[in-house]
Design a protein around this ligand. Sequence first.
Ligand SMILES: Nc1nc2c(c(=O)[nH]1)N[C@H]1C(S)=C(S)[C@@H](COP(=O)(O)OP(=O)(O)OC[C@H]3O[C@@H](n4cnc5c(N)ncnc54)[C@H](O)[C@@H]3O)O[C@H]1N2
Ligand code: MOO
Length: 411
Amino acid sequence: MSDCCSAPGLLPFENALARMLEQITPITETIELPIKDALNYVLADKVLSPLNVPPHDNSAMDGYAFSLASLAKSKTLTLVGRSMAGSPYQGDCQPGECIRIMTGAKMPDCCDSVEMQENCQVDGEQITFLKDKQLGSHVRKAGEDIQINQQVLEKGHRISAVDIGVLASLGVATVTVYRKLKVALIATGDELKLPGQALSEGDIYESNSFVLSAMLEKLHVDVIDFGIIKDDLAAITDVFVSADKQADAVISSGGVSVGDADYTKTVLDELGEIGFWKIAMKPGKPFAFGKLANSVFFGLPGNPVSALVTFHQLALVALTKMQNAKPLTRTSLQVKCVSDLRKSPGRMDFQRGILSVNEQGETVVASTGSQGSGILSSLAQANCFIVLASEQGHVSAGETVSVQLFDHYLH
Ligand SMILES: Nc1nc2c(c(=O)[nH]1)N[C@H]1C(S)=C(S)[C@@H](COP(=O)(O)OP(=O)(O)OC[C@H]3O[C@@H](n4cnc5c(N)ncnc54)[C@H](O)[C@@H]3O)O[C@H]1N2
Ligand code: MOO
């Protein structure tokens, strides 16, 4: 399939993303977890507040609580009691009386305002208020933060550290969340060695599974690492079968192109079905999406930048849907490009850029330089993608381009 602007035989990026998402079924299994164990899980149900926060009117200052009507008659009131956080004043008070109160302590029913002690003159039980006050001064009203039955978190929300604090403040002890996904990682290639091993002639160090594993950890899935598999049809078939039995999604890198040792697509065809293969994007043309017997499959290209970009732009989006989480939001801006960019029409480019504010206060983007699919350092230096549409040709410095800011998966 091709559109007006994508090279023949290549699926436009947006179509690939849409087709892939159509085929992703979100998981349904839920578990109940204590809130302290729920960080980064996805909520399977909305959370409504069981109470008002704060639960009662309370003082925002250490000082004196009074009724404003009393102060209209005299600036000096008589102290008749104390309200402490956790030990509220239980009695009543009459016109002309006030109550000693501490920050966070419940407001006595007979008072409507508070003055901080720095603005009061104390003479035994006689408290003189030195400044004019307004009704409700320094009073935090019940429910001013959250009201009872108000929705606090929505279904599909990924629970953050702050959310756990909010849940605790509401007295919520457990939450219902979707279970973690299990994702299998496979690196294919005869040339690959693990860091720490000696390299023979023609070898390189395996890096894809390391970076993918780290990004998957940020996505909060359980990674099943199948390590490095040789470019061998039988070995790749065996590992795909085994991974499919254990995982919800299988991700491989390498061997997805058209070389003599590129078996990924053949095995996927044999064991499952190919949704599509080859996208009009750069880097990342030979990306395969499909289904195995039990799991979905993402075949990433071997080149490190291609593997990362396709994982970030496609697989991560699909896995987020599979987790039942709200779709990822990514921030795009139109900014001036200060570098010349090389680009051939036919594929959508995700070039690596550095966004900054220049001396004139203008937000501009510069290229990281060489954009080869093997130059992983170009991604490490970058803080955004310069996204160039399929039909776009070279860009001259000074032109406006679209940039997508890196999210926390890439930092
Ligand atoms: N005749 C053609 N050749 C190629 C095409 C094409 O359309 N026709 N596409 C090119 C593009 S674009 C890409 S991207 C690569 C993708 O190839 P593969 O997915 O088959 O990847 P490999 O050949 O296995 O490896 C490519 C490159 O990446 C290195 N690599 C592989 N795995 C890892 C890893 N886990 N960690 C670090 N580096 C890895 C590998 O050593 C190669 O250098 O195909 C082009 N060719
Ligand atoms: O897609 Mo390849 O990633 O252009 O090098």
